[in-house]
Design a protein around this ligand. Structure first.
Ligand code: COA
Length: 260
């Protein structure tokens, strides 16, 4: 019986998904891309899950990239399909109706950084190293890396990371806005789960509205983006959570959000 490509564990309303190919530094082959796609589709549909944490198995890597051994033999058409497969899965993650936090526990290179970047938040161990080294393989990022890095870190840093291909450390990634937080490696899991639990107790429909606004707004002009935000804002007034949140404030108590 082969080892499962993904491990799943629950911490209350937080689902942790762990890419489980530690002997290959969790490299993303086609089967792992498909397993992630299915796992995120399930997590999207499960109302009991309010937050997803994504990480890699073992002490060394989050994900060290797309599987180079698998890519080595691909034809151009298969290469295009491999890119589409990764892009489809990562777009699903980006459009998840609940927050996804990348817990970057080591190397996040190539497809690994691309995977982290499609998540809504990234917490990195101070020992993590990140980069887009595809250039060293005669390749370019193919799972959305050129575009998501551009949007996170700007044109100058993206050009350098992709053209030079050298990895950066977690502190530099923080300076560039690629990660949200850097914590000591030994505190990574505790800190990430604390943030995930905080979000799990927050208002699910409002979090979904925020994610949708950023996704839609990132893909259209300011006028349409603002109109979309207004529509989402108005929609919140139909939720019990909005009544509960505002009433709890006025009554000087903690709100209890139901996602309704
Ligand atoms: N695809 C397939 N296998 C990979 C891989 C990848 N992206 N990254 C690492 N591995 C495999 C190695 O081939 C090795 O397998 P083996 O033990 O069967 O030979 C195993 O994972 C351990 O990696 P290794 O290179 O021995 O570890 P290291 O500590 O010496 O180096 C890295 C770590 C991350 C610097 C190095 O593995 C690396 O450069 N990986 C590729 C990164 C990359 O280019 N990613 C972008 C791909 S598009």
């Amino acid at each position: 019986m082969p080892e499962s490509l993904l491990l799943k564990s629950r911490h209350g309303a937080v689902l942790q998904i762990t890419v489980n190919r530690p002997d290959k530094l969790n490299a993303l082959n086609a089967a792992t891309l498909d397993a992630l796609d299915a796992a995120f589709a399930d997590a999207a549909d499960d109302d009991a899950i309010r937050v997803v944490v994504l990480t890699g198995a073992g002490p060394k890597a989050f994900v060290a990239g797309a599987d180079i051994a698998e890519m080595n033999a691909l034809t151009p058409v298969q290469g295009r399909d491999f890119s589409l497969r990764g892009q489809r899965m990562m777009r699903r993650v980006e459009k998840m109706p609940k927050p996804v936090i990348a817990m970057v526990n080591g190397f996040a290179l190539g497809g690994g950084l691309e995977l982290a970047m499609c998540c809504h938040l990234r917490i990195a161990a101070d020992s993590a190293r990140m980069g887009q080294p595809e250039i060293n393989l005669g390749l370019i990022p193919g799972f959305g890396g050129t575009q998501r890095l551009l949007r996170l870190a700007g044109r100058s840093a993206t050009m350098e990371l992709c053209l030079v291909g050298a990895p950066i450390d977690a502190r530099r990634a923080l300076e560039l806005g690629i990660v949200n937080r850097v914590v000591p490696a030994e505190a990574l899991e505790t800190e990430t789960l604390a943030l995930a639990t905080q979000l799990a107790n927050s208002a699910p429909l409002a979090m979904r509205g925020i994610i949708d606004c950023l996704n839609v707004g990132g893909a259209c002009g300011i006028e349409e983006a603002l109109e979309y935000e207004t529509a989402q804002f108005g929609l919140m007034f139909s939720t019990q959570d909005m009544r509960e949140g505002t009433t709890a404030f006025l009554e000087r108590r903690k709100p209890g959000f139901q996602g309704a």
